[in-house]
Design a protein around this ligand. Structure first.
Ligand SMILES: [Zn+2]
Ligand SMILES: [Zn+2]
Length: 119
């Protein structure tokens, strides 16, 4: 006869690994592509460089930092849908397509360039 076992606490492992990055989503960072010291987003979550628009493949859902890929996301074009403009990226590590919403202080020249790129 199997002995009745109490269910394990599902959250035990994750709660034993505190990570401030999960709660602090709007961080500045140093861009690995152009070296710019990117400041935090003025109103939302900073997820790409405002000068060269490069991002990192670190999120599964926006801001969760749960993706272990960590590959460089290079902008390949723009997507406008439902009034929102997003930058389209292709991950250089795993090849995934990722979209980030354009930030108000993004480099307008780079955005204009992307708008003309076929992808
Ligand atoms: Zn950059
Ligand atoms: Zn990736």
């Amino acid at each position: 006869m199997p002995v009745f076992r109490r269910p394990a606490f599902v959250l035990r492992h994750s709660s034993s690994m505190p990570s401030p990055r999960f709660t602090e989503r709007n961080e500045g960072f140093v861009c690995l592509a152009c070296g710019r010291d990117v400041p935090p987003h003025p109103s939302s979550s900073r997820d790409h460089c405002d000068r060269c628009l490069t991002s990192l493949h670190v999120d599964v859902n926006p801001g969760d930092r749960m993706n272990e890929c960590g590959g460089k996301l290079s902008p390949i074009g723009l997507q406008t849908k439902g009034g929102k403009t997003k930058i389209a990226y292709q991950c250089e590590e795993c090849g995934a397509r990722v979209f980030n919403i354009v930030a108000p202080d993004d480099n307008a020249e780079r955005i204009a360039e992307l708008a003309t790129m076929p992808w």
